[in-house]
Design a protein around this ligand. Sequence first.
Ligand SMILES: *Cc1c(COP(=O)(O)O)cnc(C)c1O
Length: 468
Amino acid sequence: MDRKRFKKLVEKCLDAISEWRAQSPPFEEEGALKLSFGKVEKEFSKYFERLIRAYPFHSPFYAAQMMKPPHPVAVLAYFTALNINPNNHALDGGPSTSAMEVESVSQIARMFGFSNFTGHLTSGGTVANLEALFISRSLHPDKLIAYSDLCHYTHPRLCHLLNTPSLSIRTDGCGRLDLNDLEVKLRRERIGTVVVTLGTTGLGAWDPLDEIVRLRERYGFRIHIDAAYGGFFRLLAERREPVVSPEPFKSIKYCDSIVVDPHKHGLQPYGCGCVLFTEPEKVVPFYKHDSPYTYFTSRDLHLGEISLECSRAGAAAAALWLTLRCFPLKPNTGLGAILFKTRCAALKFAQLANKTEDLEMVVQPELDIVAYFPRPQTESEKRASWVSEMSERLFKYSMEEGKPRLYLAKMRIKPPLLSDRYAKTFWDVPEVTVLRSVLMKPEHFTYIRQIHSQLLKNLTELRRKPSE
Ligand SMILES: *Cc1c(COP(=O)(O)O)cnc(C)c1O
């Protein structure tokens, strides 16, 4: 964004806040809150120094974890609302931001194809999943919750927290929930809910939702979708050339609940998850509670009445609302155009890696996350320990000074991943460390050739250097 105009906009935001304050009768500022501006400036300069010791999350050469700064419009909308600090618990605390939350959540629900739904924002994906599993347990107190081996690590913990028995379903060589194993366990156990991940955190893999929907007809269970990372890729399924497998995404409308994180692929700052349920009449009664201090100013629904959390940032809803005005949930423009780029970055990276002798993909990417490792070239290199060591070295070397720096992430994986290509003798250690890049910025697409060739260059240099 144009820096000058952005600064002007910041001023306008401050003016809007002054206008809000001026609407109420004037009063004198409390002395105890006053600070000398000199002191403030001094403390801030120390603060800047501390703060900017961070990895360059905004840069395409940061191709590591699920990290990127929010869009400037989200930052400004958040900052402006923060001056009012509305609380979306009750309409008393955030009348306008509650309306913004309802509108934003409805847009997300429409994207998924829901007509009858209830839902709200949360402080993140973990709490959103907690709410969904809380409802699952409430509906089926005596049944198990099933999730895949590669689901987000918080699911087993949430089940523990909810004191609900749970079990894990095997995954296949693509990192997807194994349907055969699921069916075996559906026959044997009393499973009340299956957690289906669309976009696993590690590999960006999706579980075969369309087939799981078919299994539900035979066995009857709830389907909860964890699409904290992958949910917005639903938009791409509507494109003429979808670039993602459309089937699992188009089957989302058949689920019972779903979680998506606007603070991951929705350009938002942290503190913005979302949970949706498709049968409000079944779900809402479990949220029933009485709050003696709130819910007074209106008979309309207060969002706190359908949420486990009490206080929630109205600023988060405001930021999402404004962002969705600027980047609507459309397949070819708005947010869809951004996701298209990130997806193409991953496709391009895989294509480049598949063509060369140097890098090998763990799986072909399904979304915009790539997992890869230095390709073993001799028989003696075909060992998990060699791959781990080279991945560690490439990870470290790529971040060192003295050349264009690349920031990567690491991940540990185990069979059945890679077992289609590597025999039992490969596994001299139980797990192998590989590299992982979350290509979640549209600029990744522009720079993906450069990123790939820098990786090859680093790898060639490393192969010439003896290991320390
Ligand atoms: C990130 C993520 C979560 C956890 O969400 P937070 O917002 O970090 O709490 C859960 N599931 C999946 C698939 C994720 O990618």
